[in-house]
Design a binder for this molecule. Structure first.
Ligand code: C2E
Ligand code: MG
Ligand code: MG
Ligand code: MG
Length: 289
């Protein structure tokens, strides 16, 4: 009921007057009900092999269309969840959707497609991500290798509790990816500490790289790092055919971006996959090793 009175209240005013602050407050207020009523969704964006056509895995991205404020940026959703004490509920909801997708893929015989889920620094620090994730996989009979966890470098790798969780996850066979690589304080130490299987080059370095020599230099350096350390490298934020061609010429093994495929609801992505060639993921891994 609060949600509906909220809507009426805001309709009295111009939508443009609703500030980010109001949005955050309302999200915090409405999130619990939204979770309970299935208003949240998890969409999936395909990640492609070097041919830019075959799909190697999917990234899960949370989506919430708020009745008043429209699409809520995931970062705001995550902080609203924290303010509302719903961090663990939100993680469990997303994990459930990810597991359902893994089951759907396996039903279709797509056993080699893994699904990546993002875990924020706060989630990693505050909740027992390792126990929750490994517990669900066990119950559902899903192999740990089917799941990848993407974390950013703000994740406090120096905190022992966080290290313990990351270690438990990677020892169990969960694949680990360092997200948004090349931003902030990207350091080689965190690649090592994390025992990352892959690094994802931030889209600020990727978008427009065909026309930016400095970006190409940095991307080339990360590709070299990947080869030297046996890490898979993903370029995210590929928005044009030129950027795709440039990355392919540079030998980038994994690619993601609007030009190749947008995040889509579960059923749309399953239809999309049915119409796509399948990558020999195992062969790609060997090639990279
Ligand atoms: P991210 O993990 O780096 O995810 C990639 C973001 O880039 C996604 O935005 C995706 O929609 C967007 N993207 C993909 N290809 C392109 C492209 O070619 N051009 C442009 N401009 N953007 C592209 P989204 O879904 O808004 O998510 C933003 C961030 O929020 C994510 O960055 C991730 O850090 C976080 N996030 C999203 N979903 C979740 C979630 O379920 N849990 C947690 N903890 N964080 C999430
Ligand atoms: Mg990510
Ligand atoms: Mg990223
Ligand atoms: Mg990002």
């Amino acid at each position: 009921a609060a949600k509906h009175s909220g809507r009426n209240h805001f309709r009295l005013f111009d939508d443009g007057l609703s500030t980010r602050l109001e949005m955050r407050r309302d999200c915090e207020r409405d999130l619990s009900q939204a979770l309970a009523e299935g208003e949240l969704e998890v969409w999936f964006q395909p990640i492609f092999g070097p041919d830019g056509r075959s799909v190697t895995n999917l990234e899960a991205l949370v989506r919430w269309h708020h009745p008043v404020h429209g699409w809520v940026p995931p970062a705001d959703l995550i902080s609203a969840a924290a303010m509302a004490g719903l961090t663990e509920s939100l993680l469990r909801f997303i994990l459930e959707q990810v597991c359902a997708m893994l089951c759907a893929l396996r039903t279709r015989g797509l056993h080699d497609l893994s699904v990546a889920m993002n875990v924020s620094p706060r989630e990693m620090a505050q909740i027992a991500v390792d126990e929750i994730v490994l517990g669900r996989l066990r119950v559902l009979g899903l192999p740990a290798t089917a799941l990848e966890i993407e974390i950013t470098e703000e994740t406090a790798l120096d905190i022992e509790a966080v290290q313990g969780k990351l270690l438990a996850l990677s020892r169990a066979g969960i694949r680990m990816a360092l997200d948004d690589f090349g931003t902030g304080y990207s350091s080689l130490a965190s690649v090592r500490q994390l025992r990352a299987d892959r690094v994802k080059i931030d889209r600020s370095l990727v978008t427009g790289l065909s026309e930016a020599e400095d970006k190409r230099g940095l991307v080339q350096a990360v590709l070299g790092l990947g080869r030297a350390l046996g890490l898979e490298v993903v370029a995210e934020g590929i928005e044009t055919a030129d950027d795709l061609a440039t990355l392919q010429a540079m030998g980038c093994p994994f690619m993601q971006g609007y030009h190749l495929g947008r995040p889509q609801p579960r059923d749309d992505i399953l239809r999309f996959l049915d119409a796509r060639p399948r990558a020999d993921v195992q062969a790609l891994r060997l090639r990279e090793a």
